[in-house]
Design a protein around this ligand. Structure first.
Ligand code: FES
Length: 204
């Protein structure tokens, strides 16, 4: 196995949470993505051994879900929602701004490894449409102007930690609803932040 000891220990802990080992497949793929930013062949092989299914079965699941990436993304994964609520609230223009700024088409990564762009299905922020996620941190109520400001800010500031609340305050507009509590935790890569899986970090 080529995962280091610490990661294997973490993986085995996850496997133990489930009555059947194979049920841990999703969280283990998430763990693999948090390690490399995508699901490498090496991770497929390690996971297959950990849960006792074939590499083909692991690969089938990892390629079925679009949030498991098959190749490295840029430092910032820009996922613009293209589903119905966002579409009727001008998401096409938001997509155009992101494409123009980054020079990328759907599912492309720039040569510097800074941005990956993707147009995605509903990200659960319909009430605050149009919406975008940066490394799965959601910003709602976008305008074209603020989308451009967001892209420029990411390029100039290159923050290691991306925090939804911070982005929302700087670049967002109307939100789906108010959570009423501030959340200063965010993500450090193109993998969703889950406190239980240690993929979030707090902004100091
Ligand atoms: S349709 Fe865009 S967030 Fe739901």
């Amino acid at each position: 196995m080529s995962w280091d000891e610490k990661l294997i220990k973490q993986a085995k802990k996850i496997v133990k949470l489930y009555p059947q080992k194979r049920s841990a497949l999703g969280p283990l793929l998430h763990l693999a993505q948090s390690k490399d930013g995508y699901i490498s062949d090496d991770s497929v092989s390690v996971i297959s051994e950990l849960v006792g299914i074939t590499e083909v079965q692991v690969k089938s699941v990892s390629t079925f879900y679009s949030m498991y990436k098959q190749e490295p993304t840029g430092k910032y994964l820009l996922s613009v929602c293209k589903s119905i609520s966002c579409e009727i609230n001008n998401s096409n223009s938001i997509i155009d701004v992101v494409k123009d700024f980054t020079g990328l088409n759907n599912n492309e990564t720039d040569e510097e490894g800074l941005f990956t762009f993707e147009a995605v299905e509903c990200i659960g922020a319909c009430g605050g449409a149009p919406a975008i996620q940066v490394n799965y941190e959601t910003v709602e109520g976008l305008s074209t102007e603020n989308t451009l400001n967001l892209c420029e800010w990411l390029k100039n500031e290159t923050p290691d930690l991306v925090v939804a609340d911070e982005l929302q305050n700087k670049f967002g507009g109307t939100k789906s609803f108010d959570w009423a509590i501030a959340d200063n935790s965010g993500t450090t890569g193109s993998v969703p932040g889950f406190q239980t899986l240690n993929t979030t970090k707090d902004k100091k």
